[in-house]
Design a protein around this ligand. Structure first.
Ligand SMILES: [Zn+2]
Length: 619
């Protein structure tokens, strides 16, 4: 939880997903030379680089360069580097030699400085062919391939350029061009979401001469130029920090970074961590069920001044939390359209047996009316909460209503766990309850308590303490069990007006509490207001996804930049917003597609719509 935030509590897409699309645009800069970029990309999204693909779709083939009439009319060969380009006819490779007609295209495969030589009736004509390569390198200098690989957002706080550390959480990339001189002097980056919205741009990033990496091969004819390390930020807070000026761009999980250099466009996908002990993490999706509570029946919602305002505010909150969890490749689906329910506090529907102490009965009775029909149950000496609840279900069935038992975790002071009985009419509605003992109470046993849960948000939601953290309070259980869908693979996100007592702004109920309340988070309007500084919702979801009751700082390791720190509050990029690759791995193992009850499922990628005319909507 967060005290003012407090809580208790893969295949990873082994990524056939670095799918890229590249469009090579005609480059007619020099009339006496043909300039191409090595086609190392995947325009047709089939997982194979276009330059080595046996056959290309017409769309891909349409983006290559045609041959001049002089070159078409003779016997054509490539001199100097015979495999750095290939001929294509209607998308299929075609051998060098006699050219069949104007439909022939030439495609770059490797960097080279070569010549196309055509012989026609004893006359030789020669045209220089220049092929350049664009490489993306990780912080470790290893290549990030356009096909089958991806970029990822960083998981580290900002660092000065001179102090960037080598770490599995460093996802910076360097862009390098290799080819004959002169080399391009700058590259531009566009960032787009998976649905095609442009979120950021980084223009005119300088390419400066560097020695070519040895692994690319040695050639006197080829030179290299590279950018400084570029950082992919989770959000504007990170991106705008002065330390990152001109070297950061906001990147969206599942979206792409579009690289533009000298007329060439290449698309790199943005997914989860690139290096984990179980391989790369692609894109995962948690299913959230958000609710906003009204203070009382038909009154204003906990946040926003109207239902529409509440929905918009919660969606914005979930989008901010999703930006944080993008560090682990985890998303919450399309937060623009996520269904957010604005609901009244539930009417009484939960009868708790043994709430608090969990002690057995000493002898007494339950006497009440349900929809004006009498329900009586003798509580004989020694009867446990479990036995009493089971008998109550039977007694309820005799008056035509349905009771379902819902056991709770034992509280720190409890003899055993209490058992709630959730009561509905057969049509699913809540019935009307009244005590039927002479003093109006429901039961009179001295040791086995029987209590009807009441949700009254006018005085705040009574929150759990250290004693009853796993079970929750009676009021919390009455609220949350009314909203729970009973599916442990979905996560309920509940926004209440406020918690009683002050201090708390968020809490969570997780699987390892062994309670019937699980995978639910509660935040209040103060938690929503504290978004920028505490990231309450992202933090509480962290307890659920990591299935982790505690905080790293509970054990002496105070890391105020980590999302799961218990009490950090800071709206800067050094606030509690980072997740480490080990936490990503834990979320994957506890909640991922291969876990017992997967809350995170793979979210397959489609092509990113890259539309040149898209306006920049965020910046
Ligand atoms: Zn917490």
């Amino acid at each position: 939880m967060r005290l003012a935030r407090v809580a208790k509590f893969s295949f990873l897409l082994l990524v056939g997903v670095g799918m890229c699309a590249t469009i090579f645009e005609r480059n007619a800069r020099a009339e006496d030379a043909i300039e191409l970029w090595a086609d190392r990309n995947d325009s047709d999204f089939n997982g194979i680089a276009d330059g080595v693909q046996p056959e290309l779709s017409l769309e891909a083939a349409s983006s290559f360069v045609g041959l001049s009439k002089a070159l078409r009319n003779g016997i054509l060969r490539l001199e100097g580097a015979t495999t750095c380009a290939r001929l294509l006819v209607e998308g299929k490779p075609f051998p060098w030699g006699k050219i069949p007609g104007p439909q022939v295209r030439i495609q770059g495969v490797f960097a080279c400085d070569a010549h196309l030589v055509s012989k026609n009736r004893g006359i030789t004509s020669s045209t220089r062919l220049i092929v350049r390569e664009l490489h993306v390198l990780g912080h470790d200098g290893k290549p990030i391939l356009p096909v089958g690989d991806h970029l990822a957002v960083t998981r580290l706080p900002p660092q000065p350029l001179s102090e960037i550390v080598s770490s599995a959480d460093n996802e910076d990339a360097t862009f390098l061009v290799r080819g004959p001189k002169p080399l391009p002097t700058e590259i531009s980056l566009d960032s787009i979401t998976w649905f095609g919205q442009r979120v950021d741009v980084l223009k005119h990033v300088a390419l400066t001469r560097v020695p070519c990496p040895a692994e690319l091969g040695d050639s006197d004819l080829l030179a290299c130029a590279a950018t400084i390390p570029i950082r992919f930020s989770i959000d504007e807070v990170d991106r705008q920090h002065a330390m990152l000026k001109d070297r950061a761009i906001v990147a969206a999980l599942g979206g792409a970074i579009v690289l533009r250099v000298d007329g060439m466009k290449q698309v790199m996908r943005v997914l989860g961590p690139r290096h984990t002990p179980i391989g790369p993490i692609g894109r995962l999706r948690a299913t959230l069920r958000p609710f906003v509570l009204r203070v009382s029946r038909a009154s204003t919602p906990a946040v926003g001044s109207s239902d529409a305002g509440a929905v918009a505010q919660v969606r914005a909150e979930l989008a901010a939390a999703a930006n944080i969890w993008a560090q682990c490749g985890i998303s919450f689906g399309d937060t623009r359209t996520l269904n957010v329910a604005v609901v009244d506090p539930p009417a009484p529907h939960l009868l708790s047996v043994g709430d608090g102490s969990g002690t057995p009965a000493t002898g007494g009775e339950i006497a009440m009316t349900v929809d004006q029909r009498a329900v009586r149950l003798a509580l004989r000496r020694g009867m446990t909460p479990t036995e009493a609840a089971a008998r109550l279900v039977i007694a309820l069935s005799k008056v035509g209503v349905v009771g379902v038992t819902s056991p709770n975790a034992r509280t720190a002071a409890g003899a055993t766990g209490s058992v709630d009985v959730l009561i509905r009419r057969k049509n699913g509605q809540f019935p009307v309850f009244a005590g039927a003992l002479s003093d109006g109470r429901i039961s009179n046993d001295a040791t086995l308590s029987v209590a009807l849960g009441i949700v009254d948000l006018e005085d705040g939601l009574e929150h759990f303490s250290d004693v009853n953290a796993a079970a929750g309070t009676l009021e919390e259980r009455t609220l949350l069990k009314a909203l729970d869908d009973g599916d442990p693979t979905t996560i309920e996100v509940i926004v209440v007006p406020f918690f009683s007592g002050g201090g708390r702004i968020g809490e969570s109920f997780i699987a390892s509490d062994r309670s019937s309340l699980r995978n639910m988070v509660v935040t209040d309007r103060a938690g929503v207001r504290a978004r920028r500084s505490s990231l309450t919702l992202a933090h509480e979801l962290g307890h659920v996804l990591l299935d982790m009751p505690g905080h790293p700082d509970d054990y002496g390791s105070d890391t105020p930049t980590q999302l799961m720190d218990s009490d950090a509050s800071d709206a800067s990029p050094f606030g509690p917003r980072r997740l480490s690759v080990s936490e990503c791995l834990r979320a994957y193992r506890q909640s991922g597609p291969k876990s017992a009850q997967p809350m995170l499922r793979e979210w397959p990628l489609g092509p990113v719509p890259v539309d040149e005319k898209l306006p920049i909507l965020v910046r």
